[in-house]
Design a protein. Structure first.
Length: 202
């Protein structure tokens, strides 16, 4: 049986952003429609449990399904990976991302926390946790999660922009600007991060 090649793990687009940031993120996503269509052409129309015992296969399938916007199927794939390997931090992180994109924040938070429990150095899970907490207006907890993400990986740029967004809400504009500028100066910044930081700077 041919195995799917493991795709690059997609970055989580934060749901906690002011309206203008949300519009920018949607614009970026629209620019990726062509790549999503290409993924869709090679991905099953529905999640199918192939009876494999390889959690990495189902994590990869979850990533593919998420990129093609088949969210319920992606959730099923990640949960199958977890069923096989209860200690798969990557599966919990991916599950958290999909749940957050569906605005199921309480479930997303639980998934991120489990990923972090398994792998305390999982910066992307801390960043995702911060986004989900911020969406629930739990600002202080979100700040703590973002700061932990940055502590674990100083190149976790979405944590800088997410933290900057909270500081804007708290009217700590000087602190917010410093974070956005740091995101822009990162050697490995993405187009998404750069756009969010520039809009944050206004």
């Amino acid at each position: 049986m041919q195995r799917l090649e493991r795709p690059t793990k997609p970055a989580f687009v934060p749901t906690f952003v002011p309206l203008v940031l949300a519009i920018a993120a949607a614009t970026l996503a629209a620019g990726c429609d062509q790549s999503h269509d290409a993924v869709s052409a090679s991905t099953p129309t529905r999640y199918i449990d192939l009876g494999l015992d390889d959690p990495d296969y189902y994590v990869s399938l979850g990533h593919e399904l998420r990129m093609s916007r088949r969210y319920e199927d992606a959730i099923a794939a990640y949960r199958r990976a977890i069923q096989i390997n209860f200690d798969s931090a990557e599966a919990y992180d991916g599950l958290g991302n999909v749940l957050a994109e569906q605005r199921r924040m309480s479930e997303a938070i639980a998934a991120y926390r489990r990923a972090i429990q398994i792998d305390p150095k999982n910066a992307t899970a801390y960043s995702g946790l911060g986004n989900a907490l911020a969406q629930q207006k739990r600002s202080e907890e979100a700040i703590s999660a973002y700061r932990r993400a940055i502590q674990v990986n100083p190149e976790q740029m979405l944590a800088y922009t997410g933290l900057g967004n909270i500081f804007v809400e708290q009217r700590k504009y000087t602190d917010a600007i410093a974070l956005y500028e740091k995101a822009l100066k990162a050697p490995e910044k993405t187009e998404q991060t750069q756009t969010l930081a520039l809009i944050g700077l206004g």
